[in-house]
Design a protein around this ligand. Sequence first.
Ligand code: GLA
Length: 666
Amino acid sequence: MTRTTWPTTGLSYGGDYNPDQWSPETWEEDIRLMTEARVNIVTLGVFSWGNYEPEEGRFEFEWLDTVFDLLHAAGIAVDLATPTAAPPIWLHQKHPEILPVTREGMRYWQGGRLGWCASTPIWREQALRIVEVLARRYAAHPALKMWHVSNELGGGNRLCYCDESAAHFRRWLTEKYGTVDALNQAWGTAFWGHRYVDFAQVLPPRDSETVPNPALKLDFERFASAALLEHFEAEAAVLRSITPDLPITTNFMVSSNPSVVDYARWAPRMDVLANDHYTIGRDDAREQELAMSADRMRGMRPDAPWLLMEHSTSAVNWQQRNRAKLPGELVRNSLGHVARGSDGALFFQWRASTAGAEQFHSAMVPHAGTRSKIWADVCELGRHLDALGDVAGTLVEPASVAILMDDESHWAWKAGPKPVNDEPVWKAARDVHRALFDANVLADVVPPWADLSRYRVVVVPGLFLASDDTARSVRAFAEGGGHVLVTFLSGIVDATNRVRAGGYPGAFRHLLGILSEEFFPLLDDGGLALDNGWRAGRWSELVHADEAEIVARYADGDLARSPAVTRRALEGGGSAWYVSTELDRVALADLLSGLLADAGVSPSAEVPSGVEAVRRVGDDRSFLFLLNHGPARVHVPGSGRELLTGRDVEDGLDLDAGGYAVLRER
Ligand code: GLA
């Protein structure tokens, strides 16, 4: 049962606050500037364990008491982190066995941050001890409004191959399979004669001279995600026992790429879903990538707002070349997340560090101080989020399209040699989302077990692993009148990472009315022509369209004249499309526009190209977010009150290049 008490009134605004890097004089200035920027929440103490407890059992909390009181006096809520994202030096020295071990068998050293293995009992004991000390000290403080468990769990310590992990893995496998024969069957251990006679023989996929069993590897990834969730749950249980009414969250790392741990399976355990999102400087569609990550967050729980826990005011420091944001960009990015369901916008971090590993990462107060583009934008965003207070608690209007995405499927794809080993199969999901984004059609990016009955179109893009349940659910959706689009390399293996024999794509073959007998990946990027004028590339398949109409055939290449794109009309009015190649952007947009028209799905609003339009709605309220990502000033139709300027709009409004507006619609 999750508790949904939101930590602030209105939308949340703030960031990670690390006062232990600064003097008390700076704290006073921080509070003054936070008030000026209209910050209403900070995430406190994420990496502060070593400053709370510099030596075992000797605590220094007075500085944090002062900061809590200063924040409270200024009306700023505290999202208090449990400090387990950074064990103190003394703990690593006393118990180096808590440090993760690589697959080559090397144990890490002190000096990083998530330096712990989730399976080590001494770590668990120490972590829960500090959590309890912290929770007891601040439980009654009126500024405390939410718990933030650790930080980006798995962002560095996801896979540990130590003996404790191995033992934990074996316990997990015993529970999952019951008998070692069931494990042998699931993993196909007859291959290379890797048969086990006892669970005690099983090891994590440690380094060897060849690749490990792909089914073992997939289960190890699942186990690693489960072990971290178990750690989250253990911390959360301590917090719940002391502050039963406070919501608990942890910050996910959801982007358009697959995630390091299985957040969709974690989501039900969170009171508030929170995400960290950073744009990638070299990405050629940053806004769309941002939108897709937000659509994934919402897809995990479409009926509640989520929270953007971190993003950056400008450049980060961990890409090869770190791009600075242009004036207004941080505001536009924040509004993009809010439009798609975040009830706030927080940053890493409040004040730019001058020392330490993140000394060149942007922040709300940059090194230059307040005479800066960043500070001007930070203050502007604070005013805007204030003006958007009534948006809080509303939901993004229901999407008609669902895109299925599953981290397990990606792990299965990565778990062994494949027909192509240089290409990410999940790129198909990004391509489809991008085409929909360009057409202003809202999609929820959902896990395969989501309730599909709320959608009219379901896209299955490169979903390599599809369980029997997924196959059944997609089929039931289509037979109930829904429209399904399956793209190549979907439904190839089952939940054990075993190939579904009898023709590809095994999980969806009957629904699609086709049989694909062999893969023909292209060796170069020369591209392919289809006989209806579409262009494609990179991948092709020898497909038989047994019970489907042929929409397009290959016009050249090894498979000339054989089916490339098929469509099967279903009795209930639905349809099932198969795309056996990578369509280019024009072709994919064309295909989707026909499919969406068949399904009766229209854009969120009629706006000029380059403008992103998303609506949030409440019982008696409707807000249209408009973001102009294009290079020119455009006129956007609409009427109502524009909340960022407070002006009434009758006949639409003009949006500058990079401009944004939020219409409270009549
Ligand atoms: C992550 C972490 C933060 C910080 C940022 C830098 O999101 O949670 O502590 O390191 O990355 O971008």
